[in-house]
Write a protein that binds this ligand. Structure first.
Ligand code: DX5
Ligand code: ZN
Length: 208
């Protein structure tokens, strides 16, 4: 299992990113919130762009914004492996997926807890990653919505049916207990579970 670490809930971002860089975590998950798509706002790009000074890890960018096209070029300029934006946005989904790919970055869609996996069908051929949210977007530290298990299993079946090898990532409330509900995923995003501990590596290892 791949592990991507979110620092949305961090009290000391620089310190925690440096500590994460010393672990074997696969990616740093960058939660970008514009204050409109969800009721929270992240640090601005002018600050986040300095992240390369503190980590050599590749970034897994999760855009929780109404206008992904404004943010994609910015985050494509960092050490980015994935850019994921939400299916629930108003902009042209296909255009934005193509925009991400134009930078040779892997592209994905995220779905909120109430969004059905079938809504992803038109975009499956463009997807390298699908991020299933197991909490409502906005804040770290929320509890994993257990119904997400059925959704992940259903999504895996859908990908097999359409012969798509996109990876499934699960984000929100992930810990050593809730990971049991994510057996069909290949990446887990975890924030509080890692960041609130004194031993980041131990928590990361427990998710693998
Ligand atoms: C929620 C974010 C998540 C979150 C994960 O809007 O997308 O990435 O910060 O944090 P935990 O693991 O604390 O739920
Ligand atoms: Zn996230």
């Amino acid at each position: 299992m791949k592990v991507s670490a979110s620092f949305l809930n961090s009290k000391d971002v620089v310190k925690d990113i440096i500590k994460l860089n010393e672990t074997d975590v696969d990616f740093i998950h960058l939660d970008i919130l514009d204050g409109h798509f969800a009721p929270n706002k992240s640090l601005p790009f002018s600050e986040l762009k300095h992240i390369y000074k503190y980590t050599s890890k590749r970034l897994d960018v999760h855009l929780m914004v109404e206008k992904p096209s404004k943010y994609i070029p910015l985050y494509a300029s960092l050490n980015t492996e994935y850019i994921v934006f939400h299916l629930e946005t108003e902009e042209d989904i296909e255009e934005n997926l193509k925009l991400i790919k134009s930078y040779s970055i892997k592209a994905g869609l995220a779905i909120k807890p109430d969004t059905k996996v079938n809504e992803l069908i038109p975009y499956l051929p463009y997807l390298d990653i699908i991020l299933v949210m197991s909490v409502e977007p906005g804040f770290g530290g929320q509890e994993f919505i257990v119904e997400t298990k059925e959704k992940i299993d259903e999504l895996k079946k859908l990908l097999d049916t359409y012969n798509i090898d996109a990876i499934i990532s699960v984000d929100g409330g992930v810990n050593d207990k809730t990971k049991a509900l994510c057996t069909k995923a290949s990446m887990l995003v975890a924030g509080s579970y890692i960041i609130k501990s004194d031993n980041f590596q131990e928590k990361i290892t427990s998710l693998r």
